[in-house]
Design a protein around this ligand. Structure first.
Ligand SMILES: [Zn+2]
Ligand SMILES: [Zn+2]
Length: 332
């Protein structure tokens, strides 16, 4: 199992994060934001297989590539298109879809599920190409919980961030994987064999007995003794926000994360401007990474004002605070 993360787009231009969860048997594709010329770097098939698109907010630099996504997925019938975002997401997506003419899509059973994440509740609406995206039907409303999506392979949780408007920060965590403790196996003189696979077989109950090297053994006891849960990888995507004084709950939420993808619109010398526009500096992003104990910080979303300055000052500024700071692949 692994998380494959890729920042899309160029430095000093719009960015997005493409994340693939690979369980070994299945792959899930998640896209975080969809700025201009970001998903152009993905193959059409990757865009069409994207399971979830998460919007942090709807400032133009995070949504300007969305038409490309619509074009690739409006007629997707094999699995639903899930779109997540803050309050008013359904209204915005509905209007965007309705800015095109859809007289040729009757009968196409595509299912678009739009999930609005609000501080108190999550509301889901359904749209479809078969009626030209002309109806926005509310199908579900549930109380807000920090984990907005969860299945057997991964879960996604959310934090509300401050950017003069609510912005969503996302954290993806792979499900823990059951592993065999090899040391205990050896200590017990138990030879590996097909029986080890039965320990992880969820169709078998703890009370069942299995044959191990000719001897009947209780499955529950073997599981308790030999299996342990190895945590999966985790990646957080935080963009367009400013840290308020009390960010203890944010740092706790990020604690131990493998990858923190964090915006740094500004360098520390423009700190006043960063505060005014509710963005972070590279140094501030690095302080957050250090305080949270994440394993790696990857900086992105640099202001165009620094085109002549280049990307290195961002990396150097962050590294002076947090050594495990990096730039997205190909940016250096
Ligand atoms: Zn932005
Ligand atoms: Zn913004």
């Amino acid at each position: 199992m692994a998380l494959h993360c890729r920042i899309l787009g160029q430095p000093f231009a719009d960015n997005a994060l493409f994340l693939k969860v690979d369980t070994g048997q299945k792959q899930f594709r998640l896209l975080f934001d969809c700025g201009e010329n970001t998903i152009n770097n993905l193959s059409l098939s990757e865009i069409q297989k994207t399971d979830h698109l998460f919007f942090s907010h709807f400032h133009l630099d995070h949504v300007a590539g969305f038409d490309h996504f619509i074009r690739a997925n409006y007629d997707r019938a094999n699995k639903p298109v899930h779109i997540w975002g803050p309050k008013d997401t359904a209204k915005i997506i509905f209007h965007r879809l309705n800015s095109f003419t859809w007289n040729l899509t009757q009968g196409i059973e595509s299912k678009w599920l739009i999930h609005e994440i609000q501080p108190q509740k999550i509301i889901t609406f359904q749209l479809s190409a078969k009626n030209g995206f002309s109806r926005k039907r509310k199908i579900r409303e549930s109380a807000f919980s920090q984990t907005v999506f969860s299945d057997e392979a991964f879960k996604v949780s959310v934090r509300f961030l401050e950017h003069k408007i609510p912005v969503l920060g996302f954290k993806t965590e792979e499900a823990p994987k059951l592993k065999i403790n090899e040391l205990l196996l050896n200590a017990d003189n138990l030879k590996p064999g097909e029986w080890l696979g039965l320990l992880k077989d969820t169709s078998l109950k703890d009370s069942d007995e299995i044959e191990v090297l000719g001897i009947k053994r209780n499955l529950g006891e073997l599981r308790q003794k030999l299996l342990f849960r190895k945590p999966g990888e985790s990646a957080a995507y935080l963009t367009d926000f400013y840290l308020t004084r009390d960010n203890a709950s944010l740092t706790e939420w990020l604690r131990g994360c493998d990858y923190l993808f964090c915006e740094s619109q500004y360098l520390e010398r423009e700190r006043a401007l960063a505060e005014k526009n509710c963005h972070l500096t590279a140094e501030f992003a690095a302080r957050l990474a250090k305080k949270s104990g994440v394993k790696k910080l990857i900086l992105f979303h640099f202001s165009k004002r620094y085109v002549a300055t280049g990307v290195l000052p961002f990396l150097n500024e962050a590294k002076s605070v947090f050594e495990q700071s990096f730039l997205p692949e190909g940016w250096l």
